[in-house]
Write a protein that binds this ligand. Sequence first.
Ligand code: ADP
Ligand code: MG
Length: 277
Amino acid sequence: EADTVVQPRVVPGRAAVAGQGPATLRAEAVSAWFGDHKVLDRVSLTMPARRVTALIGPSGCGKSTFLRILNRMHELVGSASLAGRVLLDEQDIYDRGRRITRARREIGMVFQKPNPFPAMSIYDNVLAGLKLNAIKATRDGKDDLVAECLTKAGLWSEVKDRLRQPGGALSGGQQQRLCIARSLAVRPRVLLMDEPCSALDPTSTRRIEETIAELKSEVTIVIVTHNMQQAARVSDTCAFFLASHGTPGVIVEHGDTDAMFDSPQDERTSDYVNGRF
Ligand code: ADP
Ligand code: MG
């Protein structure tokens, strides 16, 4: 077969990539501007390894911008300029000489709207990130990786007999789980999820929440959600973002999720988590 590589540099399925496993991601005094418009002001947050961190707060307070800064995605999609540091296990992902592709491989992203390659097969969708990252694998290695990642994303039993069908033929919830499987295939150390369930029905949402709970032992998860019950269900730590009256977004309060929901320290947090806003 033409796409079978005889001498793989990396065989996914093995711990072949140095320094893998969940990492702690830490933002230090991150500020961001779109032109003259400052949208984040000295945001500092530690997102611990093997934990789920939820980012909550009203629309427009900079959560998506913050998430994109965490894996250098904003350098692709917008003109945001940046101050501060982002550390992955104490290594600055913005260090000169550290490649942007490395940050994006180590820190994966899942978006609100499921975005599989619709005409590409389910099988090839899972592997799409390998090519982008020049990770090579044998045919058997690929088969194993596809099965493993679809299993972790909770989709294997539903698609194992139709791996050659196009990704676009799946339901919305299945497409989102396919996107999670695709993210996992490059063995990220952190997975960023920007409102991953906002476009999904309650059953699909529950499936994704179950997946998140199972994944956190092997990948650090950061999830933006507008659903307070979801934040309470899935996250270990939580950060409340706010941008009032045109001021840039800041973190008003962060900490243990149960504590933040049961006894918020700031009145604005209390209002928000209790639906008074
Ligand atoms: P959230 O995800 O919390 O809703 P965003 O990060 O999307 O917030 O947006 C924060 C602020 O940055 C908003 O005022 C938004 O209008 C602005 N913004 C976001 N993306 C861009 C962009 N590409 N160009 C200019 N302004 C932007
Ligand atoms: Mg957003």
